[in-house]
Design a protein. Sequence first.
Length: 337
Amino acid sequence: MLTVGINGYGTIGKRVADAVTQQPDMELAGVAKTRPNFEAQTAVRKDYPLYTAVEERVELFEEAGIGLAGTVSELVEQSDVVVDACPSGIGADNKSMYESLDTPALYQGGEDADLVDTSFNARGNYSAAAGASHVRVVSCNTTGLSRLLTPLQEQYGVEKARVTLVRRGGDPGQTSRGPINDILPNPITVPSHHGPDVNTVFPDLDIDTLGMKVPATLMHLHSVNVTLESSPTAADVRDLLREESRLFLVPESMAIDGAGKLKEFAHDAGRPRGDVWENCVWEESISMEDNDLYLFEAIHQESDVVPENVDAIRAVTETADANESIATTNETLGIGL
């Protein structure tokens, strides 16, 4: 049984913690928070051992009437693996603590790739994380692109990928984020950081990405053009992608015309927090022009990296191969819309 600690209990951390508790080969050692906010109270209600991420703030928790199991260093020390789900940049500050306590650590996509031994995507390069001490689970957008491009590369070969990312301005709870009423090239230059980030998983892939930010909170949208090395039919591509467990081909018959209805569908399907762990590819958008593939897909930024974190735990500890881990994670979480 693997003992897993979660340092950071926000958007990603709380989802990973819930996922870990559902795994037959894992147990949750606890979660660490910097302050006694509503998420700290949620952890206590769920009987998750709660640790302070900042030792000097113990009194804040005491004043809020929230009991602590200890400090974050104590959590890390008793964990076989720690998932660092702290805000971007904080993971780099935490690295020395993980090293001093000899605990392998998983970081999120907001950290720099040069911080870690390898970047990780379960479908793309699972074995690269075997036995590593520091692994970065790539961002939500890079996770989505890696899941899509891997089977295309395997089956047809990819000559060139071009992706325009229409990015939400912030998560629903990020009230300080924008834009409020605008559409921003983000960044104004090419490529956006997403193409180079995909190259941390697939170093030899030729990919260009452009990004823009819009006043929405629900999901990201990718407009994808991939020049393949062969010329399959659109039906062939649909059949290929339909076999991928973490891709959901949205059928025309469902009348789901955007991210809002995708989220509503996830709620109706009983998904916790309305999470969508899969890439959502509109089936009717899959088109071929000669050897150029076109499609639209939606990525739920709050949740698609959650199963990847679970798989990365097994990859680092070498307790399951890729197929075994992905199958277990999919079954326990209920992946497959």
